[in-house]
Design a protein around this ligand. Structure first.
Ligand code: SF4
Length: 379
C-alpha cells in the first residue's frame, strides 16, 4: 500500500503522528489497541537504542483521542525476562512513566499467554494478543543498524514477540529466513517507526562503535505488506541496498509525504567485529541479542567502575588484544587470534575442540564474564 514520512521531534510527536496517519489513510477498526515498541535494552531514551517513551506517550494520546477503549503495551526482550529485571528495564528506559501517567501496565511478553501457530518451520508459539480479533496490533520499531542483520526495523522488531527459547532457535537455525517468515504470519494493522533519533554503526545496542543519528522523521505504513514495505523505505533512507539484507524481501511501495530521497542519509555500516580498547568481539549471526547485550553490559560496567577500568587497562600492557568468541558454529579461531575468551553455553563444543575453558551461562551474567576474564588472564 503506502508508506508515509513526516518530519517530527519528540515534543511535537502527537501532532505529527496525527498528520502522518491521516496522510496514509489509517483508521482504527477495532476497539482495543496492542502496541509493541522496541525496548530491547535497559538504556536511557538518549541512547537511541530503544523507542523513545515520549513517542509512545504521544501514540497513546492519539489512540485515546480517536476512541480506543483499551490500550495495552508489551515487549519481550529476552534479556530482561525475570520480573525484577523487567522492572529495572522500564525504569531505566522511562517506560515506568507511562505506567504511572496512563495507568497502563506494560506486559512482559515472556510471561504472557501464547498460542501455537503453524508456519513454514512447523509450529511457533506467539502471544495470543496479536491474534485477538478485538485488538489492533501496532508495531513500533526503532531505526537502527545491526551487526548480524544489517538493519533492525519493523520485521526484526517482531522478534520481541517470541519467547526466549524461540529467540535462541532463530539464531541457531535460520535467523534471516525465520524473521522473514515471521513477517508473513504476524501482520500488524499499523507500523509506526521512531526515526526521530536513530542508531548507526555496529548496533543493535550501545558500544564504542555506535552513534546516535538525528533523523527527525517518523514513518508509517498500513496494508497487507506494511512492515516489509516500510523496511524497504527505511533501509534505503539509511543508504543500504535491500538486495543485500537477507531478511527483507525487496518490494515496490508508494511513498507519501516527504520523499525518501529528501531524507536519505547514509548510515555508518555495522562492522564484522567490534573493538573495545584491546578487546575484539567477533560478530556472526549465531550470537543472539542476549549475548550481545551481556557483553555490552560487561563493557558498560567496566567503563563506569574505576577499579575495573584500571584492571582492564593493565591488559593493554600484557596482551596486544584479546578475542571474545560468542555464539555457536565456530570451527576454528579467527585469523590472528591472540587470546580467545569464550563466552556462553553456545561455545561449549568449540571450547572442548580447542581445549579452552568457556564462561557458562545463556547468556552469562556480566559479573561472571568479568570474573572469567580476570581469572583467565590471571589479573
Ligand atoms: S549462549 Fe549466548 S548466543 Fe548462545 S543461546 Fe545463549 S544467549 Fe544466545
Amino acid at each position: 500500500m503506502v508508506v508515509g514520512i513526516v518530519r517530527s521531534k519528540y515534543n511535537n510527536a502527537k501532532e505529527n503522528i496525527t498528520k502522518l496517519l491521516e496522510l496514509i489513510g489509517y483508521k482504527l477498526r477495532k476497539k482495543k489497541v496492542f502496541i509493541k515498541p522496541n525496548i530491547v535494552d535497559a538504556l536511557p531514551p538518549s541512547s537511541a537504542v530503544i523507542v523513545n517513551y515520549k513517542l509512545i506517550k504521544a501514540l497513546i494520546e492519539y489512540f485515546q483521542d480517536i476512541g480506543a477503549e483499551e490500550i495495552v503495551i508489551g515487549e519481550g526482550t529476552g534479556f530482561f525476562t525475570k520480573p525484577e529485571h523487567f522492572e529495572q528495564l522500564l525504569k531505566t528506559t522511562k517506560y515506568d512513566k507511562i505506567e504511572k501517567e496512563f495507568g497502563i501496565k506494560i506486559l512482559n511478553l515472556e510471561h504472557e499467554e501464547r498460542i501455537k501457530v503453524d508456519w513454514k518451520f512447523g509450529k511457533i508459539l506467539l502471544p495470543k494478543i496479536v491474534f485477538d480479533k478485538e485488538f489492533e496490533y501496532i508495531n513500533v520499531p526503532k531505526m537502527k543498524t545491526h551487526t548480524m542483520t544489517t538493519v533492525t526495523l519493523s520485521c526484526k522488531n517482531q522478534k520481541g514477540l517470541l519467547n526466549l527459547g524461540t529467540k535462541r532457535k532463530f539464531h541457531k537455525e535460520n535467523l534471516h529466513g525465520m524473521i522473514m517468515e515471521l513477517s508473513k504470519i504476524v501482520k500488524p494493522d499499523l507500523v509506526l517507526m521512531d526515526a526521530i533519533t536513530a542508531l548507526e554503526g555496529s548496533g543493535p545496542t550501545q558500544n564504542p562503535q555506535t552513534k546516535v543519528k538525528n533523523m527527525n522523521i517518523l514513518l508509517a505504513a498500513i496494508g497487507e505488506n506494511n512492515i516489509v514495505e516500510l523496511d524497504n523505505v527505511a533501509a534505503q533512507i539509511m543508504g543500504f541496498n535491500v538486495d543485500e539484507i537477507k531478511h527483507i524481501p525487496k518490494v515496490k511501495f508508494t511513498n507519501l509525504g516527504i520523499s525518501l530521497d529528501e531524507v536519505r542519509s547514509d548510515f555508518i555500516k555495522p562492522a564484522k567485529k567490534i573493538v573495545y580498547g584491546n578487546i575484539i568481539s567477533y560478530q556472526n549471526e549465531k550470537i543472539c541479542t542476549l549475548c550481545q547485550i551481556a557483553l555490552s553490559q560487561t563493557l558498560r560496567k567496566i567503563n563506569f567502575n574505576e577499579d575495573l577500568r584500571s584492571k582492564f587497562n593493565e591488559l593493554s600492557s600484557k596482551y596486544e588484544w584479546i578475542d571474545i568468541i560468542q555464539g555457536s558454529g565456530w570451527e576454528k579461531l579467527p585469523e590472528n587470534c591472540k587470546k580467545p575468551i569464550l563466552l556462553g553455553n553456545c561455545t561449549k563444543n568449540f571450547a572442548k575442540q580447542i581445549n579452552e575453558e568457556y564462561c557458562k551461562g545463556c547468556p552469562p551474567h556480566y559479573n561472571d564474564i568479568i570474573d572469567f576474564i580476570f581469572k583467565k588472564l590471571q589479573l
